[in-house]
Design a protein. Structure first.
Length: 126
């Protein structure tokens, strides 16, 4: 089955710099994403209860975008990207997530990210 790209947008009151911190530092990641994380250079090892997975940070653009490749994914060209922009008129921070999933999992994947973003909003104050 062909995998599909999904793109989701979330609005935050927190600054882009704070959101990047919550995506890249262990103390912040455990507040909304995983139980534990080990970071060694560009390799992030995430732990959830009995499971773990590694992601390699492929790209980082200062307070704008982070792109990861999951070691458990073997589909060429797939990645997880967090792109952060500011709306010029409202000064809101917009996070756009690009992810990949099977076509029949798109709704579940969106619900997953909706839940995670609610947790992130609570953790970062906005």
């Amino acid at each position: 089955m062909k995998r599909h790209q999904i793109r989701l947008e979330y609005i935050f009151r927190a600054s882009p710099a704070i959101l990047v911190q919550f995506l890249t530092t262990p103390d912040c990641l455990v507040r909304w994403f995983c139980d534990k994380v080990d970071i060694n250079g560009d390799v992030f090892t995430y732990h959830w209860e009995e499971d773990s997975d590694e992601a390699i940070m492929l790209a980082e653009v200062d307070d704008e975008a982070l792109r990861f490749f999951w070691e458990s994914l073997h589909e060429e060209g797939e990645y997880l990207e967090f792109r952060i922009t500011e709306a010029p008129i409202t000064n809101e921070t917009i996070m756009t997530i690009t992810d990949f999933c099977d076509a029949n999992e798109a709704r579940d994947q969106q619900r997953y990210w909706d839940t995670q973003m609610e947790q992130l909003k609570l953790a970062c104050g906005g």
